[in-house]
Design a protein around this ligand. Sequence first.
Ligand SMILES: [Zn+2]
Length: 105
Amino acid sequence: MAELVILSLNRADVIGSSKRADAIKNAELWADDMGKEIACFLCDSQTETPPFTMILPDVKSYHSMMAVPLCRDCGELPRMVRLNRCIKLLRKMWSKNGKQVHFVF
Ligand SMILES: [Zn+2]
């Protein structure tokens, strides 16, 4: 069964990277998990290798960000739709006692 892998990244590394570097980095990012079947963060189906990488804020620390894997279908969603669905899921993950969760981008 495919498993969900969430990576923790340094915010400074993420913000400083260029588009071209991103493509190379994407493969490197998931290098340790290449042998695994990785599940899509949004729909739980198996992703391609390497998966589409979605960068999201980490609620625990401003200095880190999370990289979550998406399948091809979810990766091809319009950017705002994709982001919205991810944020909704994160809210569920992090909201305790119905408290609001705030994100810093
Ligand atoms: Zn998906």
